[in-house]
Design a protein around this ligand. Structure first.
Ligand code: ADP
Length: 483
């Protein structure tokens, strides 16, 4: 069915295949203009329980379908999303702020997980084990874990949902999603299309809310839930993992990063800058794999900064619906305040502002200028916290060892990047950087085929790739005796 942006706007919770209103509602705003787009149902803990009950009731029928049957309906969902990618992209841009073209790119990326996991559903194998006794045989099967719950962030309103829901459904699980308060419309639109293509009632349920704590409590403690999956900040992730411990749920956590982006002196500088621009400015810097700490070999510092500054000059900052915008507004006022605080503190402590460093008030309160800071040091807050904004913060290093030590000196380990043309150095450094994902001469590293996830305090588990399905499966060892 062909949709317009308007016909994809749903404003109620989605439970057991029905749109469920609530007494309380909350506003969804356009971050470019602060205008209210619509009011959405505000779910509470009781609604979350109702959603889990629906997911539990839907489980047996969905589990019993063959992988091919599950794959077939997942592929229909994939097709419906692609057929409506422009309308979905426009809707996302209006609630999240990213340029429409980038939002449509996210819709395609998000949909690709559905197609990928439809395929993986059909390629999920067990094992026949070596024979340990003459009269026994043993084998391993993979079974879906059961009812899953998910909490997702606002920076990728579509893809953070599909990359959890698609493997869950492929594995034969049902799911309840709590989308972020800022971007519930993209989540509800996905549910609408899922329903239209025939994903059975109760298999996907969406509970929008402003009370993340109360709904999150139910999603992480309900005894019928066997798996909890989360993308968001490390502090919240730790708390939710603790909540899951009481009922020993399987967990996947994709948390904060503090990605290093190292440029060695052997690098092709223009190519390195191209990759840095991608790794920094996508989504106005509001990604957990954004290059957060940029380390430049001191031998090329001057040249690098000069060329980079020229590149920043050509960036176009504008509302998401302006054609050829490179990036749009930050998500909300507090995001702007955080970036302002980090940049101001860094300058007070000796960092040098090369360019930007201000809100572009002509455009609106939430548009932040492309910003370049040099002479940043490891002890500054800007090098320790996720900036989540369009700010490049440069530190320098004298040699490879110093670069690696500095890059690893954080509790996080999600993405890492480095640029080099020296093959021996590429091997050495790739083995020594502590991160779950590494881009070498590459700033765009996310793909449904790739394993997304972190080490250290950046999380547990992987999304995408063949490893992504296993997160939603249990390994059952079966022994048959008396033969
Ligand atoms: P972000 O900086 O991306 O907003 P958060 O970790 O605060 O990072 O939010 C990610 C998701 O976690 C959002 O859906 C948010 O509503 C939810 N969330 C935040 N705090 C809690 C909490 N205490 N319990 C459950 N969910 C939470």
């Amino acid at each position: 069915m062909a949709h317009s942006k308007r016909s994809l706007i749903q404003t109620n919770a989605f439970i057991d295949g029905h749109w469920v209103p609530t007494d309380e509602r909350f506003s969804v705003k356009n971050p470019a203009t602060s205008e209210v787009i619509t009011e959405v149902a505000d779910g509470d803990s009781q609604l979350a329980e109702r959603a889990i009950d629906a997911a539990y009731r839907a489980l047996p029928l969905w589990q019993q379908k063959t992988p091919a049957e599950r794959a077939a309906v997942l592929r229909k969902w994939h097709q419906a999303i692609l057929a409506n990618k422009q309308a979905l992209g426009e809707l996302m841009s209006s609630e999240q702020g990213k340029p429409v073209a980038e939002a449509v790119g996210e819709i395609e990326y998000g949909a690709s997980f559905i197609d990928w996991f439809a395929g993986e559903a059909e390629r999920s194998y067990g094992d026949i084990l070596p024979q340990s006794q003459a009269e026994q045989r043993s084998w391993i099967t993979k079974q879906g874990v059961g009812v899953c719950t998910a909490i997702t962030p606002w920076n990728f309103p579509n893809a953070m949902i599909t990359r959890k829901v698609a493997p869950a459904l492929a594995a034969g699980c049902t799911i309840v999603v709590k989308p972020p308060q800022q971007t519930p419309l993209s989540a509800l639109a996905l549910a609408q299309l899922a329903s239209e293509v025939g994903i059975p009632d109760g298999v996907i349920n969406i509970v929008p809310t402003t009370d993340a704590k109360a709904v999150g409590e139910v999603l992480t403690t309900h005894p019928r839930v066997r798996k909890f999956t989360f993308t968001g900040s490390t502090a919240v992730g730790k708390q939710l993992m603790e909540q899951c411990a009481g009922t020993m749920k399987k967990v996947s956590l994709e948390l904060g990063g503090n990605a290093p982006f190292i440029v060695f002196k052997s690098a092709d500088i223009d190519h390195a800058i191209d990759q840095l621009m991608i790794a920094k400015f996508r989504n106005a810097g509001q990604t957990c794999i954004a290059a957060n700490r940029v380390f430049i070999d001191e031998a090329i510092e001057e040249d690098f900064i000069q060329r980079l500054e020229q590149r920043l000059e050509s960036l176009k900052v504008a509302a998401g619906d302006v054609e050829d915008a490179d990036y749009g507004p930050l998500i909300d006022e507090s995001a702007v305040e955080k970036v302002e605080r980090l940049v101001a503190q860094a300058q007070e402590q000796g960092a040098k502002l090369v360019r930007g460093g201000k809100v572009l008030t002509d455009l609106g309160r939430q548009f932040y200028a492309p910003t370049l800071l040099n002479k940043v040091t490891a002890t500054m807050a800007i090098a320790q916290e996720e900036i989540f904004g369009p700010v490049i913060a440069i530190q320098t290093f004298a040699d490879e060892e110093e670069a690696i030590t500095n890059a690893n000196s954080t509790p996080f380990g999600l993405a890492g990047y480095f640029c080099s043309q020296d093959i021996a150095q590429i091997y050495r450094v790739s083995e020594q950087l502590d991160c779950g994902m590494l881009g070498i001469n590459a700033g765009a590293i996310s793909h449904a085929y790739n394993a997304f996830g972190g080490v250290k305090e950046s999380g547990i588990g992987r999304e995408g790739s063949r490893y992504g399905l296993a997160e939603y499966q249990e390994t059952k060892n079966i022994t048959l005796g008396g033969l």
